[in-house]
Ligand binder design. Sequence first.
Ligand SMILES: CC(=O)N[C@H]1[C@@H](OP(=O)(O)OP(=O)(O)OC[C@H]2O[C@@H](n3ccc(=O)[nH]c3=O)[C@H](O)[C@@H]2O)O[C@H](CO)[C@@H](O)[C@@H]1O[C@H](C)C(=O)N[C@@H](C)C(=O)N[C@H](CCC(=O)O)C(=O)O
Ligand SMILES: Nc1ncnc2c1ncn2[C@@H]1O[C@H](COP(=O)(O)OP(=O)(O)OP(=O)(O)O)[C@@H](O)[C@H]1O
Length: 497
Amino acid sequence: MMTIRFDQIKGVVVKEIYGPNEQMVSSLAFHSGRVSVSSLFFSIKGAQEDGHHYIEEAISNGASAVIGENSEQLTRLSESYPSCTFIVVEDVRNAMAHMSKHFYNHADEQIFTVGITGTNGKTTVAAYVRSLLMLLGVPSGSIGTTGIWSSQEKWMYKKSTPTTPEAIDLHQIFRDFKEAGDEAAVMEVSSIALDQKRVEGMLFDIGIHTNFSEEHLEYHKTIDHYKASKMKLFEQSRQAVVNIDDEGMGKDLIHSYKGPLLTYSLIPGSEADLIGTGIEITEEGSMFTIQYRNKTFRVFTPVFGAFNVANVLSAIAVALMRGYTMDEVAAVLPELQGPEGRFQIIEVPDRTKVILDYAHTPVALDRLVEEVRKMKHGRLITMIAGIGIRDFSKMPKMAATIEGRADEVIVTVDHPGYHNPQTIVDQVMKGFKEPNAGNIHHALTRQEGVRRSLMLGQAGDIILLTGGCMNNAQIIKGEEVPHSDEDIIHEHYLQSK
Ligand SMILES: CC(=O)N[C@H]1[C@@H](OP(=O)(O)OP(=O)(O)OC[C@H]2O[C@@H](n3ccc(=O)[nH]c3=O)[C@H](O)[C@@H]2O)O[C@H](CO)[C@@H](O)[C@@H]1O[C@H](C)C(=O)N[C@@H](C)C(=O)N[C@H](CCC(=O)O)C(=O)O
Ligand SMILES: Nc1ncnc2c1ncn2[C@@H]1O[C@H](COP(=O)(O)OP(=O)(O)OP(=O)(O)O)[C@@H](O)[C@H]1O
């Protein structure tokens, strides 16, 4: 419970206020169904619904105050509910972010915050940064697609979004991290979250940019809007870590960013502060040389793929900015832990390897296949998926990216949403020059796709399963249907024993 004087909250610009100036507030909510006694309800005009239509439901569930943008509606309702406070603001999402920060006592300012943006690699970098900080002795939590992890364990939060939580949930998580004794919060910041002002009012200690390519056009509509949304993170970062090799946005950022900056690169002779070269892949991971301030360090870390070496460099930059030396970092790198489902290698019988990887853009798939082909293998069997809830234009590009680079290709569907799975498979198939080739197979569900891929595998093969699920589920007609690739894999190899 907290007493809130609505006209005195930093960052919340009140246009009009009706009813009592202050209220006891027990919780914050943006969904009428999550309102309880004395909640403050934010009515948001969304893509499907207008939250203003749910104000009366929120009040009947106990809301003591409502913040919204529709002055006419709020004025009218204030006459029927005189004990409730109605606050009109210019931008309700902006108000929600600032109010959440206030309600949770600015916990974000009491821990070290690292925000990561980029088309590919956010989840991976978040896991590497959390792991590296922990190995260096900083208890750290992380927030992103693989869930909420405190320094101790994965927390069972009800997620409001796939990747970056809504401001209310986010600030509660910072408060909970703080209470659990964590000193750092490492989080993925999606372009959609930036556009929807979920992190408004925050100042990150470090912002990281991994790379930029076409994605999320179903939301942003234009590539320029997508880019502008991502760039916003760096207006809210005290220091920045940027991939100088990224043609998409890295160069723009380096020119426009005014604060302290560390850049990283995989190109020998690059101008970057940290350069990773001489990558040698072993069965256990990658050995490579880091050049930093005219010194070289040969290091080992258990990650696979050149792009993951780049991701590790970004995590190292964070540790350096936090004051650790390269020698301290190099000493703990052999213990680094990555996220689940990203270049995750599962050893199965007969020297066969199954690799799970959440590559879901043509660029990610291209880099991934290039790296996997460098590993010792018999045949390469690759499953690709069209993601029903994302834009259809990238589906054929996934097919074009894999054609001719795997011995067998299985085309399947991830998260069909409200689409017919056959339409999604057909859309992916458009990208093959020879769609009728004998080594191209289809499966209308991910479950079936994984089974087909495993069945095609023989001793010594690599079976690469790309795409994947969020929250251990497939989104089908608005429902989250439980799904686990790993369960199917274990079942398959148990049965074939
Ligand atoms: C497409 C999109 O931007 N969706 C976001 C948007 O929902 P919306 O515009 O569809 O909302 P709506 O259904 O029209 O409802 C409008 C308002 O009425 C309220 N309402 C609605 C019904 C009701 O009974 N009572 C009620 O109060 C809703 O809570 C909402 O505040 O506004 C909601 C909050 O108000 C967000 O939670 C929601 O994110 C949904 C969960 C989502 O899936 N977002 C995805 C696209 C997303 O954010 N993805 C990114 C990137 C993922 C990646 O890494 O690739 C992420 O950060 O997760
Ligand atoms: N630096 C990188 N450059 C290119 N591809 C990458 C990079 N890092 C990871 N990938 C590829 O992209 C896939 C997705 O990685 P990751 O989950 O870390 O990205 P993400 O940005 O968090 O995506 P999402 O938020 O949608 O999960 C990986 O499985 C890998 O194939």
